[in-house]
Ligand binder design. Structure first.
Ligand code: ATP
Ligand code: MG
Length: 432
């Protein structure tokens, strides 16, 4: 289709061929309109019944909604047309006819529930406000990659089929690997560390993570996309700086490249790029602030993890992106380095509504690392492939994992994380 013109590029006074979906057919008697929609927008095609060939009129006006059509004709200025231009057709071809019974209405006049939408995602993403989320997702991932490169990081991809889990056994998906038990990777954690110590120094990965979360929540997926960073000769503070830069780069890209999409989502006016210098609260300050709100039934004490309610209460007080640092060692994973006896270098970055990032400096000392495995109830022997490399010159290093869907969800104020994934995997959903 080399002579095809996108609807947004149609100029009055030219002869064009447009192709797309039959968005709407409006028959006003003597005159009828077919609205053709493509990825760039829509255009009106005008049929004057008395003046045009009957067969042409019939093809263009009897077509079922969402059929794929190709229209050739003259583009003319028409102030009353939605885009100020219309096509007077000379040829109309139905390329792929749609069943008249549509499972959902891409024109958006009839609402569908999320489940129906996800079952029929191909129709669903034809809606501008749904497509907008994924155009923004694409811009975000592009900006994140670019920013990491700017920061001299090497893009890596690590295995998703692994022999051992990282975050303990409960959230693992077991699979059979040629008769042996294997797992879907929960995080690239161990592999990215092996690469940071492997001469690359600064690496990043954008890839899937798999978590057998038992419950459906609005912010958990069983397959999510993790934006991971690991830097040799970095400490937790530098890893926090990088996390902040990545978030800001993502927002800036959306702000500058995605105004139509923000408009389609109805959030163009309130969209703001977060300011750098996210507040850094210690864990102790964080639980004090939560307790001071008086909003929780139980007072938080040292060693408690922050519940969803606690995160919300704190988010309301802080009101912007922020970090929580100096977590108790006991609630951070074994591979995180301790700062003192009971305080770790682990940090979380929070959006006022939820956790976006977890990171920290890693334990790079062999003896302490192996001891950490034992304390976590894991058999260090099983992780020999990993721990062994710490005997051969492992520099101090730090990094983080950031949930791409949570970033989008919080950026676009989506009320369910599934809105940020084309084909989400959750407790009930394995297809499409
Ligand atoms: P939470 O406590 O919110 O369940 P987590 O602390 O278990 O998250 P981490 O292991 O710290 O998650 O993973 C790093 C980041 O990856 C999280 O901050 C989050 O943005 C994202 N993430 C983790 N698990 C999921 C999931 N099941 N669905 C979507 N995103 C996730
Ligand atoms: Mg976490």
């Amino acid at each position: 289709m080399d002579e095809r013109t996108y609807t947004a590029d149609v100029e009055p006074g030219t002869t064009v061929t447009v192709a797309g979906w039959a968005h709407e057919i409006r028959d006003l008697g003597g005159i009828a309109f077919l609205i053709v929609r493509d990825t760039t927008g829509q255009i009106q095609v005008k049929f004057e019944k008395d003046e045009m060939d009957d067969e042409l009129v019939e093809t263009g006006t009897d077509v079922t909604r969402e059929s794929v059509v190709q229209v050739s004709g003259k583009a003319e200025e028409e102030p009353r047309a939605p885009t100020g231009v219309e096509v007077v057709p000379e040829e109309v071809e139905v390329i792929a006819e749609a069943d008249p019974e549509l499972p959902l209405d891409p024109s958006g006049k009839v609402d569908s529930d999320l489940s129906t939408r996800l079952d029929n995602r191909t129709l669903d993403t034809r809606k501008p406000e749904v497509q907008a989320v994924f155009e923004i997702r694409s811009a975000v991932l592009g900006a994140v990659r670019e920013q990491f490169r700017e920061l001299k990081c090497t893009e890596i991809t690590t295995p998703k089929i692994v022999a051992t889990g990282t975050e303990g056994g409960t959230e693992l998906f077991p699979i059979t690997y040629f008769g042996e038990e294997a797992f879907m990777n929960q995080s690239p954690q161990l592999f990215k560390q092996l690469c940071a110590g492997g001469g690359f120094e600064r690496v990043f990965e954008i890839g899937p993570i798999f978590r057998a979360e038992e419950h459906n929540t609005p912010r958990h997926l069983n397959e999510a996309t993790s934006i991971d960073f690991e830097g040799a000769f970095c400490g937790a503070d530098e890893a926090m700086d990088v996390a902040e830069e990545i978030i800001i780069a993502a927002y800036e890209a959306v702000d500058s490249q995605c105004s139509d999409e923000l408009e389609a989502l109805g959030i163009a006016d309130e969209f703001t790029v977060p300011e750098s210098g996210f507040p850094r609260l210690t864990y102790e300050e964080a639980i004090e602030k939560v307790n001071a709100t008086g909003e929780l039934d139980d007072v938080l004490v040292w060693g408690d993890d922050l519940s969803t309610e606690a995160e919300r209460a704190l988010g309301e007080v802080v009101g912007e992106h922020y970090f929580i640092t100096e977590w108790p060692s006991e609630i951070k994973p074994f591979y995180i380095m301790d700062e003192s006896d009971d305080i770790s270098t682990g940090f979380d970055m929070m959006h006022p509504s939820m956790e976006l990032v977890s990171g920290g400096q890693r334990e790079h000392r062999y003896e302490q690392l192996v001891e950490g495995f034992r304390q976590q109830g894991l058999d260090p022997e099983e992780f020999d492939y990993y721990t062994k490399m710490f005997k051969y010159g492992m520099p101090p290093h730090a990094g983080f994992g950031m949930g791409a869907e949570r970033l989008l969800m919080t950026m676009l104020d989506l009320d369910n994380i599934r809105e940020a994934v084309l084909f989400p995997r959750d407790r009930q959903r394995l297809s499409p």
